[in-house]
Ligand binder design. Structure first.
Ligand SMILES: NC(=O)c1ccc[n+]([C@@H]2O[C@H](COP(=O)([O-])OP(=O)(O)OC[C@H]3O[C@@H](n4cnc5c(N)ncnc54)[C@H](OP(=O)(O)O)[C@@H]3O)[C@@H](O)[C@H]2O)c1
Length: 188
């Protein structure tokens, strides 16, 4: 008798972080990395993106080919092209519903930031697609940070070193995978 394997939906954090863990100043990014933006697009296309309302504000529009699942505590918040959710559980449910409703969607939920949302969602992730930016920026009065996770829980692969050029600092692509199962996305 053959066994039916049901592919599982997983969660991946995608983030660019400076060497002091800063990811932004609360309003936007503190660097422009053209190559990284292309990588983010490739990694996230066909996926639901879970993001905080401040990150949504910093982007200002839905990203094509992806679902923008926006966490906010404001029950009256609306924005064209965004799915409002009240907490991380609702964000996961909305992401799974979107994947199931969209033929060709990837079985991957992207934890898209910012700092508050990475903190609440990292336990669910099996993977982190990490760009480490060779900078020590001042994040201003409302700095956003990637959480200080335990590296011993992750297997690290260095994918590529990108040298500095006239418009960008040097940066490094890393993929981190979690050898043990993360927190389950559903309790069913
Ligand atoms: N470098 C990167 O890869 C990267 C990626 C993403 C973002 N960023 C940067 O990160 C910064 C934003 O990060 P941030 O930490 O300041 O804000 P954020 O995580 O983007 O959004 C915070 C907001 O999310 C909502 N929220 C948080 N927890 C919630 C919960 N449990 N339930 C419901 N809503 C919840 C609240 O919205 P309300 O106030 O509306 O209630 C809160 O103010 C920006 O500078 C952005 O550019 C960087």
């Amino acid at each position: 008798m053959s066994e039916t394997i049901i592919p599982a939906i997983q969660m991946t954090a995608v983030v660019a972080m400076a060497k002091n863990r800063i990811i932004g100043d609360g309003r936007g990014l503190l660097w422009h990395l053209r190559d990284d933006l292309k990588r983010v697009k490739a990694l996230t296309m066909g996926c639901p993106l879970i993001m905080g309302r401040k990150t949504w504000d910093s982007i200002g529009r839905p990203l094509p080919g992806r679902a923008s699942i926006v966490m906010t505590r404001d029950p009256d918040w609306v924005a064209e092209g965004a799915y409002r959710v009240a907490d991380i559980s609702a964000a996961i449910t909305a992401s799974i519903d979107w994947i199931n409703a969209n033929e060709g969607a990837k079985l991957n939920i992207i934890l898209f930031g910012g700092g508050e949302i990475y903190r609440q969602g990292l336990d669910y992730c099996t993977r982190i697609e990490l760009t480490v930016v060779d900078l020590l920026p001042d994040g201003g009065t409302e700095p956003a940070y990637f959480p200080d996770f335990n590296m011993a829980d992750w297997h690290q692969t260095i994918e590529a070193d990108m040298p500095a050029d006239a418009e960008s600092p040097a940066f490094q692509y890393q993929t981190l995978t979690r050898p043990v199962a993360p927190r389950p996305l559903t309790t069913a």
